[in-house]
Design a binder for this molecule. Sequence first.
Ligand SMILES: [Zn+2]
Length: 334
Amino acid sequence: MEEYIAAMPKAELHVHIEGTIEPALVQQLAIRNNIPIPSSISSLADTSSGYSFHDLTSFLAVYYPNMAVLLTSQDFFDLAYAYLTKAHSQNILHTEIFFDPQAHTSRGVSFSTVVTGLREAIVQAERELGVSASLIMCFLRDMDAQSAMDTLIEALQYKDWIVGVGLDSDERDNPPSKFSDVFARAKQEGWLVTCHCDIDQKDSIEHIRQALEEIGVNRIDHGTNIVEDKRLVQMVREKGIGLTCCPVSNSVVTEDFKGKEILELLRAGVKVTINSDDPAYFRGYVNENLIKMATDTDISREELLILQRNAFDISWISEEKKKGFLRLLEKFSV
Ligand SMILES: [Zn+2]
């Protein structure tokens, strides 16, 4: 099964570029930029071991300080190129990468520094590795809506480099509706929209409803709690709105990887996909996430293929490119 998963042509639709920074790269960039090595790294026996945290709070206490090493366009290039190399090694043909501009502009790194480094890595990886990638700009939902709108306005000069917008970070008391105007403007500008609806939140179902009915999202990130509401399940199935699920990440932040719910939705005909989220932190890229599904649920080989068909299907690429990838997947399946 592991070989089958590794060989399968895949797409990834839910990965935060800031969450792909491996300990060795944090150390390397800290030295290059002549800044102190973050304590999350200096406390490790060696950089090949994973970061140490045990829940969402301790995860965030490592996650944000590590970003301090990202200062120049070259740093963002190196970060994205390292991820794209890893994705390519896992037979990922297309990936849609989240980035959080406010996590960088709020500490004095310009929007242009971030986006030009990421963009250059995508162009070079496409040329050198043949991997296809696009950028999705996420707003930090624990910051105010005006900050998100200011970020959107600043991003307009790079409009062609960004395929859509999303919403992430701390969901508690930060519903999708807080950003209605921002999403409306994003759509007006021609961007597609997605939104994190994290696992087992205080208002999970209401937030999923808002994302679908008030914002009119094209996809939902995580969102597996939808399984509790038949009407909403029917809505996403009928509209073909996909969910980008991340089982390994779920198992770290909620003590349940939600494999049962993911499979239930898949079997109900919802366009479910499997992704890595913050792979350097959760110690699992796409293959490891699929292996977890294969090991800990009774998912079949055919269903593993459907997950990939869904991922290409709901990806934000041209119909022509989509057909090309789906043809490769069909060829693999025979
Ligand atoms: Zn995420």
